[in-house]
Design a protein around this ligand. Structure first.
Ligand code: ADP
Ligand code: LRH
Length: 491
């Protein structure tokens, strides 16, 4: 008899995918049923997600998954963090969810900080300061007609789960990215919500990974041709939480780089680190699966490369990634370096021009070719990984013996080798689809197909998924230490 097949809906900032996995106690076979681009849409000043387009992609994906698997034993949904839709009293979506790269969110930071200072905010929520955290997004919409009419706020994966099942909830790993969850009690911080003048009723009951959300509605079964009932299980609905489950670590002495549009660099802990030093270093305490804490820092990530490619396409220049990476590998190391987390790099727009401007301002000759721009991005990311792996270990007291690099970046051999050299540690690259794997593992366990804790789930990953080992190049350390000194960390 065929093993049960689970569908993982995994929406990243650059693409959405529906993956199907056959799962058994020693089987985990993942295939891609459907992939679709995730393209933000600007109208006037507003930058939106095309959430109905994404939902249509999810339905197409579930239809394809059903065709591939015959019958689905379950569905789980994860996506990028912080963004949400608002529902009115009739359950209708109020406007299109805004994109976290919409520059207007940041305008509310001073007002929030006037009500609750940054240090107190950190002690309560444990969240690194990012100008687009949900708490700032909501403050920027205070007094708006939409917020006034809103009955419920649903984070993006919860919104999609609502359309699929009718249920309303807030999965806790993603709720922990809002800035409104108490890092210690792991419940909504009603104190913060009240002090910021937000209506309590907006925030739905919390659900935890493994909880049953509901089952696919009849209209969804009809639309997708799936045979019911199909249960929907809460997973680490924050893609990074699922990706960390999908890290094939053998023990707890590892750091991870979840490397896609963003690079999330950190360690897995049992409890948060809420010290002033940790806040100043920009580390976050997001919640993971099974009560873990994802102690990490956001590094701007492959966005720098994606957005450079988009600019080059617009200018009619070559943009094929394997070609660009091959050319970058031939450029000497450290020709130029930028701080990838400089706020100027956050919004969409001409990335190579911003990199060049950064170099000029810091007394460096800007990159002279596309290859030099790509090399600048990869060297700069690897240097940021070095700093943040070391700082995560130091601030948390966790000893780190290797680095797991998962997500689309694991396909980038140059970046993986630079990361090993920069960190001075072995890098295990892969799985590329760690988030989808983490998603199906938690579903399969929730439905009794698998058992055990994260170590058992990861043992299954190690037994079934390939990882590529990159060892640090001998004598690389002195050069990286010198570069680290050359570009002082602004934080
Ligand atoms: P997200 O989930 O944020 O949308 P992914 O984890 O899918 O991101 O990673 C996308 C990134 O992976 C791309 O921007 C690209 O830089 C990198 N990538 C994808 N395929 C390759 C490849 N064949 N070679 C090198 N890098 C790749
Ligand atoms: C990565 C990610 C990251 C968040 C950002 C908004 O996809 O979820 O963990 O900080 O998107």
């Amino acid at each position: 008899q065929a093993l049960p097949a689970f569908a993982a809906v995994d929406l990243g900032a650059s693409s959405g995918r529906v993956m199907v996995a056959r799962v058994g106690p020693d089987v985990l076979e993942l295939t891609e049923a459907h992939r679709f681009p995730n393209r933000p849409v600007r109208t006037g000043d507003a930058l939106h997600w095309d959430v109905l387009g994404l939902y249509a992609g999810v339905l197409d994906g579930l239809r394809a998954a059903g065709r591939e698997a015959g019958r689905l034993a379950g569905v789980g949904i994860d996506s990028w963090a912080v963004d949400y839709g608002l529902l009115d009293a009739d359950g209708a979506l109020l406007g299109n969810p805004l994109h976290y790269r919409d520059g207007r969110h940041a305008t509310a930071v001073p007002a929030v900080h006037a009500a609750v200072g940054p240090d107190e905010l950190y002690r309560l929520s444990g969240l690194q300061h990012l100008p687009f955290n949900t708490v700032f997004q909501l403050a920027a919409r205070r007094g708006s007609v939409q917020l006034g009419a809103a009955r419920r706020l649903l984070l993006v994966p919860d919104l999609l789960a609502h359309w699929l099942t009718g249920a309303e909830g807030a999965e806790v790993t993603n709720a922990s990215t809002t800035g409104l969850l108490d890092a210690t009690s792991r419940e909504w911080s009603w104190e913060l919500i009240e002090r910021l003048g937000l209506p309590r009723g907006l925030f739905p009951p919390l659900v935890r990974p493994g909880d049953r959300v509901g089952e696919l509605r009849v209209d969804v079964l009809e639309e997708t041709g799936l045979a019911g009932p199909v249960p929907v299980t809460a997973v680490g609905s924050h893609d990074t939480a699922s990706a960390v489950v999908g890290v094939p670590a053998a023990d707890d002495r590892f750091a991870y780089v979840s490397c896609g549009t963003w690079s999330l660099v950190g360690v897995e802990l049992d409890k948060p680190v809420l010290t002033e030093e940790s806040r100043a270093a920009g580390f976050t305490n997001e919640l993971g699966v099974d009560g873990t804490v994802r102690y990490l820092r956001n590094v701007m990530g492959l966005w720098l490369l994606q957005e450079s490619q988009r600019t080059w396409v617009a200018h009619g220049l070559p943009s094929d990634l394997p070609d660009l990476l091959a050319a970058a590998a031939r450029v000497p190391a450290f020709t130029t370096l930028v701080d990838p987390d400089d706020p100027r790099f956050l919004p969409p727009g001409d990335m190579p021009a911003r990199i060049a401007a950064y170099c000029l301002e810091t007394g460096q000759t800007p990159p002279q070719s596309q290859a030099e721009t790509v090399r600048c991005i990869l060297d700069s990311l690897a240097l940021a990984y070095r700093r943040n792996v070391r700082r995560a270990a130091q601030l948390s007291g966790r000893s780190v013996e290797n680095v797991h690099l998962v997500g689309g970046g694991a396909r980038n051999a140059l970046l993986c080798q630079l990361t090993a050299d920069a960190c001075g540690l072995p890098v295990l690259a892969g799985p590329v689809e760690a988030a989808a794997l983490g998603n199906v593992l938690v579903q399969a366990r929730g439905l009794g197909v698998l058992s055990g804790g994260l170590p058992e789930l990861r043992a299954l990953l190690r037994a079934t998924q390939d990882a590529q080992l990159y060892l640090p190049t001998r004598d690389a350390e002195a050069a990286w230490a010198a570069e680290e000194a050359r570009l002082p960390d602004p934080r």
